[in-house]
Design a protein around this ligand. Structure first.
Ligand code: TMP
Ligand code: ASP
Length: 224
């Protein structure tokens, strides 16, 4: 393998310099963490599967006009992506109460929400990715009002599409997290979907049994 310059290493992925300016290579590790990396494991083959699942979902989203950073899968663990300036927010979309929303608001896990709810969290493990409002986001210049509107609209579009995609194979999309980045076209920033969409970043339940089919199996020591 040729030596490549490492640009960034996160908990589950590594970014390397890409073959052309404006591109990067995203490498999916088997490392798995939860609760801001206080719980760690290596799940053999996870990176290979997430690379495939994220490729599939990003490709389908491109097909419905949701612009994203994915260009092509290169091999088992790597994909070629567009280089973006990451917006330091995690955008969560929820259809059914679970996880931190269930705890925070005292709503039983599994209760359908009155409508899909979007939340913004600051991407900062040391602070435990705190929930932030539009006021914080614009005051601290993490994103503009226009970018907030774009992220909300794109996230709802992704939610509609993925809810149907998963329903077709007997899976309920409970909630998911996405991240966005900016690419500059003639000096104007455009907001595009980045990072990954995989069972690490979604809650997916069997539509019939409600069995958990996502990273909560690791977070909650459910095995399998
Ligand atoms: P939460 O209920 O723990 O806030 O998680 C909401 C959704 O976001 C769930 O699908 C898991 C995903 N998620 C991440 O992808 N990264 C994170 O750091 C956290 C906390 C959640
Ligand atoms: N953010 C990830 C999760 O729990 C991993 C982590 O927090 O370490 O889903």
């Amino acid at each position: 393998m040729t030596r490549r310059k490492k640009i960034y290493e996160g908990k589950a992925k590594i970014l390397y310099e890409g073959p052309e300016p404006g591109t990067l290579i995203q490498y999916f590790k088997d490392d798995t963490t939860a609760f801001d990396a206080t719980k760690k494991a290596v799940l053999e083959g996870k990176g290979v599967i997430n690379n495939r699942i994220s490729e599939y979902i990003m490709t389908r989203l491109t097909g419905i006009g949701v612009q994203n950073h994915f260009i092509k899968r290169m091999n088992l663990r790597e994909q070629l992506i567009k280089e973006v300036e990451i917006i330091p927010l995690e955008v969560i979309c929820r259809n059914i109460a679970a996880g931190s929303l269930a705890t925070r608001l005292g709503i039983p896990e599994g209760q359908p929400l009155p409508r899909s709810i979007i939340e913004f969290c600051l991407k900062d493990d040391k602070l435990h990715d705190p929930l932030v409002t539009e006021e914080h986001i614009t005051a601290f210049n993490w994103a503009s009002t226009q970018e907030i509107d774009d992220m909300m609209a794109i996230t709802l579009r992704i939610n509609d599409y993925l809810t149907g995609l998963f329903a077709g194979v007997g899976i309920t999309l409970v909630d998911f997290k996405v991240e966005f980045g900016r690419i500059y076209e003639n000096d104007f920033p455009r907001t595009i979907l980045a990072d990954e969409i995989s069972p690490d970043s979604c809650r997916l339940w069997d539509s019939v049994t409600n069995e958990k089919l996502d990273k909560d199996r690791f977070r909650r020591d459910l095995g399998n």
